[in-house]
Design a protein around this ligand. Structure first.
Ligand code: SF4
Length: 455
């Protein structure tokens, strides 16, 4: 806005349009003789304009606290400690100049701002305990002895596989177990930068995702049933997989390598990470799991994984049996997630808002199962702590066997799993979200509203 427009602005005093800025400035003797504007032909050494980018956005969304009371507030002095070029400051202070002719309105604005800050205070994921100046992936820190032990353990597991709670006890070089995947190769459906993850994982360039085919579970509502149950995809050795990881890093510029449904191929994944490390891999590893893992397989992953992304699906054994076709799922999930948390702790970020290390727990709210979600939120807060990063997911939709008749049955036969043959309601989602907040959880993932990256 040029100075002439500013001079003509009316008074901000309610119901007083009789004076302008110019009249008031002249009245108090502050007008001076030289126009303070380069557009008026004044020769000056430098001209600096500062624009607060969020200003119009806040006004339009009715969040401008000062303007709501017809006052003005401006930030003047900002100091950062430490205030040097590279470190993320531990403490930032700023002055806030609040103006209004009436003292009580100034006090009301101060009160509004304090209220706002109090309510928003805990939603900053980047609070100092969770900020990293820099990060080196854990696999980079493995000693050569530990690396050799990992390789040896990986081959041993494949020769007698008890890698997940199915405990098949088979030699996967000769036969397959429940997951139907052998030892020499993994079956992969898709490898690509993926933009369907949490903003802190996908960032601007995507999460370098490897979607494995096959699974050690048989969820009746599986939204990837074509690859999980029907095992579509192509076969890769650990060395092939390492090559793809390098392509994701070098060509895709992804923020991490994200192994999706890796529970049944943990030894091959371990060997691939070690091979990729030797080829120059430097991005963090994400282990994206149903939580139906064993402590043995997580021990193999210890030191190789940076971010655990466990999905805690259901709480009750009856739901586990009926919908996951799995016994004692919650018991195994609790033990697995506790071990993941022991290894890497709370989710931590670098200053660019990208997650580098820690646990991010997901829970997909299911129709009619909101009370199980409440139990899961309470367990997370009570057992692991209130700083755990949690994503309460809303995108359930009927899929796989849900709402379909049994194979070979007549068309008008009863549809299966009718109780979950609908979308989840806003009320059900709200109950789980409220339970999370009531339990004290505060680092709750939010989708990027503009469809891109936010923190
Ligand atoms: S990973 Fe596969 S073979 Fe091994 S115990 Fe689990 S289901 Fe069985």
């Amino acid at each position: 806005m040029d100075s002439h427009s500013v001079y003509n602005l009316p008074s901000v005093v309610p119901d007083d349009n009789s004076t302008t800025v110019l009249q008031q400035v002249e009245r108090i003797g502050f007008m001076g003789a030289v126009p303070a504007n380069w557009r008026d032909g004044v020769s000056m050494k430098a001209h600096l304009e500062l624009h607060i980018e969020q200003g119009p956005y806040l006004v339009n969304s009715n969040q401008d606290i000062a303007q709501n009371r017809r006052g003005l507030a401006s930030v003047g002095v900002i100091t950062a400690e430490p205030g040097s070029v590279n470190p993320v400051p531990e403490e930032v202070t700023m002055s806030l100049d609040i103006r209004h002719p009436k003292d009580e309105t100034v006090e009301a604005i101060v009160h509004d701002i304090a209220d706002y800050l109090e309510n928003r205070r805990r939603s900053l994921y980047l609070a100092p305990p969770f900020l990293l100046d820099d990060y080196t992936p854990r696999y980079q820190l493995l000693s050569s002895i530990d690396e050799a032990k990992k390789r040896s353990a990986a081959y041993a597991h494949l020769r007698q596989c008890n890698l997940c709670p199915r405990l098949c006890n088979v030699n996967r070089y000769e036969e397959t177990g429940y997951c139907l995947i052998g030892a020499e190769t993994v079956k992969v459906s898709t490898i690509a930068p993926h933009f369907g993850e949490e903003p802190c994982l996908q960032g601007h360039n995507g999460s370098g995702s490897v979607f494995f085919s096959g699974c050690n579970m048989r969820c009746v509502f599986c939204q990837n049933h074509d690859i999980a149950h029907q095992r579509q995809g192509f076969d890769l050795t650990p060395d092939d997989l390492a090559g793809w990881m390098m392509k994701l890093q070098e060509v895709g510029k992804v923020h991490n390598i994200n192994f999706v449904t890796p529970e049944h191929v943990v030894p091959q994944v371990a060997l691939a990470i070690l091979a990729a490390r030797d080829s120059g891999l430097t991005v963090p590893i994400v282990y994206n799991t149903s939580s139906f893992d064993s402590l043995d397989s997580l021990k193999l992953m210890d030191g190789l994984v940076d971010i655990y992304l466990p999905d805690f699906k259901v709480w009750s054994d009856s739901t586990s049996k009926r919908l996951l076709k799995t016994e004692a799922y919650a018991e195994h999930a609790r033990a697995s997630i506790a071990e993941m948390y022991r290894q890497v702790g709370d989710l931590c970020f670098t200053g660019d808002g990208i997650a580098k290390k820690g646990v991010l727990i997901r829970h997909l709210v299911m129709p009619g199962k909101e009370e199980e979600g409440v139990q899961i939120m309470n367990w997370i807060a009570d057992t692991l702590g209130k700083d755990v990063f949690v994503n309460v997911m809303e995108q359930y939709r009927p899929d796989a066997h849900v709402g379909k008749a049994k194979r070979g049955a007549k068309e008008d036969a009863e549809k299966r799993y009718a109780e979950i043959n609908r979308a989840v309601s806003d009320q059900e989602i709200g109950i789980v979200q409220k339970a999370a907040r009531d339990a004290g959880l505060w680092r709750l993932a939010e989708a990027a509203r503009h469809g891109g990256f936010n923190i």
